[in-house]
Design a protein around this ligand. Structure first.
Ligand SMILES: [Fe+2]
Length: 333
């Protein structure tokens, strides 16, 4: 025993003190437990440990600003195009040169200045209760303003970035006057109080409290898969989904923190997550779409045929303040 302890001490004495495991610290606003599988796969492949801090997107951005150069964050992952671009504009990221990311992330899903790169995609879709509204009457976002839908439309509140980005998308496509008219029609159709989440909204559509609503497609897929329990699964089966064509596509994306202490590891992690396998690995369990293609889940039935419109992520960010202002003016609560 004594001998063992002595030899252990002796071998420790020869170990340089500075050696420590390589690691990368991630601040993530993606609220999906299944992402941990992807981090685990990365660690297995590279030996680099991932330390994860999860928080809502807004608080992550605030935290980064507060921490400044003392931040522990190496990689920042956020959902919503406008949010990630606004964080880039606030100087929280640093540009990264990676030919791998340039070739693997389609240009529409990455920053022209190389400060952030898309990882997964989601479509703002229309959910319908066919007993209340004929799905054929709501094939486009424009039709949500139709007077036929008076008292039948449900919306999530204005604070939600997903709807802000949808309105910014419409501003980029149709300009201010037309978007204002659209918002007037849309808000006039709302009967129920504005919702605070997409899942509550889908439940209300399923129960016929609303005829039609707007949600990210993966919330319906999650309910259909049963991860939220059998009650939500039953409700989800009452609902039809319409993928508007062209569709407003949003992303989750990753960036290297301006003050990253582990920059090479940070770049390596983002390259891993944005690769075809990495993107599919993140998107599969959450029913998002990878950067290319649509995956193969049966719960995405009826959701995979969509053509993204040609609005860029930078446009969504640029139109965000105007979108919020017009939503408020139109009475979008
Ligand atoms: Fe979400």
């Amino acid at each position: 025993m004594k001998f063992l302890a002595a030899s252990l001490l002796a071998s420790l004495a020869f170990m340089p003190l500075s050696i420590h495991a390589r690691e990368v610290r991630v601040y993530s606003g993606r609220h999906y437990n299944t992402d941990r599988q992807s981090y685990k796969a990365f660690t297995e492949q590279t030996g680099i440990k991932v330390r994860l801090i999860e928080a809502s997107g807004i608080s992550l951005v605030e935290r980064l600003k507060r921490e400044g150069s003392n931040t522990k964050a190496d990689v920042i992952i956020l959902v919503d195009a406008a949010r990630i671009n606004n964080a880039a504009k606030a100087g929280l990221f640093q540009p990264i040169a990676s030919s791998k990311l340039k070739s693997e992330v389609p240009s529409r899903y990455r920053d022209p200045g190389n400060r952030w790169f898309g990882l997964t995609r989601r479509v703002r879709a229309i959910v319908v209760n066919p007993n209340v509204v004929n799905p054929a009457k709501v094939r486009t976002y424009a039709q949500l303003a139709s007077p036929d839908l008076k008292g039948k439309l449900c919306l999530r509140n204005r604070k939600n970035v997903y709807n802000q980005s949808l309105v910014a998308d419409q501003l980029a496509l149709r300009g201010e006057a037309s978007t204002k008219a659209w918002l007037k029609g849309v808000t006039a159709n709302v009967a129920q109080p504005y919702f605070s989440g997409d899942i509550g909204l889908i439940r209300a559509v399923a129960q016929g409290k609303c005829g039609v609503g707007v949600v990210n497609h993966y919330y319906l897929a999650r309910m259909l898969s049963g991860v939220n329990g059998t009650k939500d699964q039953q409700l989800a089966r009452q609902v039809s989904i319409v993928m508007p064509n062209p569709a407003h596509v949003n992303i989750s994306a990753a960036a290297v923190s301006r003050y990253a202490k582990n920059k090479p590891e940070a770049i390596q992690l983002i390259e891993f997550l944005a690769s075809p396998n990495g993107s599919a690995g993140l998107a599969g369990p959450t029913y998002e779409f990878p950067l290319r293609g649509v995956g193969s889940s049966t719960y995405l039935k009826g959701m995979t045929k969509f053509t993204p419109d040609n609005v860029t992520v930078s446009q969504l960010s640029a139109f965000n303040p105007q979108a919020i202002r017009l939503m408020a003016q139109a009475g979008w609560k």
